[in-house]
Design a protein around this ligand. Structure first.
Ligand SMILES: Nc1nc2c(ncn2[C@@H]2O[C@H](COP(=O)(O)OP(=O)(O)O)[C@@H](O)[C@H]2O)c(=O)[nH]1
Ligand SMILES: [Mg+2]
Length: 362
């Protein structure tokens, strides 16, 4: 899954990438081109399972983070090439300059997160509007050569496109429309940017680190209200500085800087996974204890296919237990005795945090 970090100049995108991916960054990067880093999603549940089974290897979920060149807004909007590259991302993270530091001026001359969120969203809406209008034109032309009675599918698509056009013209990003799965399917080929889930990262002063919940709640109540939108306040500079330290030093420095005990990377990357509509299930083996991501609502047989196509094909049944229940029992054997381990069939809907052992036959 690809996560794009975007924002105005000096909002803290590159600093956030450092905070999230310290140690995994390319030595050199060109600020005019996207920089990519693959990061593991910290997961305490997985760590505890790995300890329980004495796993030799622990495999975390991974996300590809892409630090984009800065966006401009207004008369001279972002270049089409940048928008094109953004269109393949699965999640957009908008880093917003919400700190006060005279040595880092805001490109629009004042700190105003609500304005920044709205104006960047507007650029995404413009880009989508151009795509939707072009498609409407082409579809209308195509329909002329189809018999009036055989235009059902095209008429449905046209109706949907016209409703998108209307909402984009009134500056409503498409993610706020609550599109059905069927509608999303009809649009999947267009890679509309304002339809992607959005994580707003408010880059706040370290002095405000103790007020993150309050700052986030205020944003949620005012300008971050749309569906598929989350907001997280992070003192990015402090987090980036701490990310370069050893774990022991980091604990000490977090206290000194007044940063919360939980690193922002953990909270942010987990929020990203949730916004992507993904849940995690686990396999707890001595060789490798591992987290797997699947869309919420996935049946056990498909989840098994994430592990290996043979396991999907030869699926017999799955032994399933919640991660906490397994930790409480202390071992698979004890869980079986207690009756907390269940046996499920192909259609069982896998739940977030399930630990699964698939019995299969190929
Ligand atoms: N005081 C302060 N400075 C910051 C913060 N975040 C970023 N900066 C500084 O702002 C400048 C631009 O940051 P950078 O991450 O390169 O921004 P980008 O243009 O969005 O990639 C750098 O000098 C950072 O040290 C912050 O939270 N507080
Ligand atoms: Mg940068």
């Amino acid at each position: 899954m690809d996560v794009a970090l975007i924002g105005l100049a000096s909002s803290g995108k590159t600093s956030l990438l450092k905070a999230l991916a310290a140690g995994h960054l390319p030595a050199h990067s060109n600020p005019n081109e996207p920089t990519v880093a693959v990061v593991k999603v910290p997961d305490e549940r997985l760590d505890r399972l790995a300890t329980l089974v004495h796993a030799r290897k622990t495999t975390y979920l991974e996300l590809r983070l892409i630090d984009f060149p800065s966006f401009s807004v207004g008369k001279k909007g972002p270049p089409p090439q940048l928008l094109g590259e953004l269109s393949t991302a699965d999640l957009v993270v908008h880093v917003v300059h919400a700190f006060n530091d005279d040595s880092v001026p805001h490109p629009l001359d004042s700190v105003d997160p609500a304005r920044d969120v709205t104006s960047l969203d507007l650029e995404l809406c413009f880009a989508d509007l151009a795509i939707v209008e072009r498609r409407i034109e082409r579809l209308t032309a195509e329909m002329r050569s189809v018999a009036a009675g055989a235009r059902g599918a095209q008429e449905r698509e046209l109706a949907l496109l016209n409703s998108l056009k209307e909402s984009l013209e009134s500056e409503q990003p498409l993610r706020s429309l609550g599109l059905s799965a069927e509608e999303q399917g009809m649009l999947s080929g267009f890679n509309l940017i304002s339809a992607k889930p959005l994580l707003i990262v408010l880059n706040i002063d370290e002095a405000d680190a103790g007020r993150t919940a309050e700052i986030e709640a205020e944003a949620r109540g005012t300008y971050a209200t749309a569906e598929q939108t989350s907001v997280i306040a992070v003192p990015v500079k402090g987090e980036a500085d701490v990310a370069e330290l050893s774990p022991e030093e980091a604990v000490e420095f977090r206290k000194e800087l007044g940063l919360p005990d939980q690193p922002a990377a953990e909270r942010l990357l987990q929020a990203a996974v949730t916004l992507l509509g993904l849940i995690a299930f686990y396999t707890a083996g001595e060789q490798d204890t591992r987290a797997w991501s699947i869309p919420a609502g996935t049946p056990a047989v498909k989840a098994a296919g994430r592990i290996h196509s043979d396991i999907e094909r030869g699926f017999i049944r799955a032994e399933v237990i919640g991660w906490q229940e397994l930790l409480d029992a202390g071992s698979h054997a004890e869980a079986k005795k207690r009756g907390t381990m269940r046996v499920e069939g192909k259609t069982y809907e896998v739940q977030d945090g399930d630990v699964i052992n698939v019995l299969f036959n190929v």
